[in-house]
Design a protein around this ligand. Structure first.
Ligand code: AMP
Length: 128
């Protein structure tokens, strides 16, 4: 079921467990602010999730309440991961789902980095 994207933060969500080391992930990057790991159900040749190392439910929660140092360093971490993945020349797409219409499934803010092939239009057009 998609989540609301609104607090309170549920510390039993799967990314909280990954951050605490309670379940494994295929880590590709880590610094003081962010952890990045391969998506378990990749939507492209490269599909990595970047999560802040702090309890925010969604982009809205993160943007409204995170300290500016974390916002800046997390943003830089996303770009650093994409560069590390070799995607700067060919390009990539960032997705941050928030709330029901976006189909956000995990209530810990995360940015998807997807690339490694041409990705087409941003979203599949609605059939009329
Ligand atoms: P979202 O719909 O934006 O909340 O995306 C959640 C993403 O988390 C999906 O792309 C899932 O495939 C991915 N995911 C769920 N559980 C895991 C896990 N244990 N390890 C890596 N990726 C996961």
């Amino acid at each position: 079921m998609p989540v609301s994207g609104k607090p309170p933060y549920d510390d039993q969500n799967i990314f909280a467990k990954i951050l605490r080391g309670e379940i494994p992930c295929q880590k590709v990057f880590e610094d003081d602010y962010a952890l990045a790991f391969n998506d378990i159900n990749p939507q492209g040749p490269i599909h990595v999730l970047v999560i802040p190392k702090a309890p925010y439910v969604s982009y809205a929660d993160f943007a409204a309440t995170a300290p500016e140092t974390l916002i800046a360093n997390f943003s830089r971490a996303v770009a650093a991961v994409a560069k590390q993945l070799g995607l700067e020349e060919t390009g990539y797409r960032l997705i941050a789902n928030m709330g029901p219409d976006s189909h956000q499934m995990v209530p810990h803010y995360h940015v998807h980095i997807i690339g490694g092939r041409p990705l087409g239009h941003m979203i599949v057009p609605l059939k009329t």
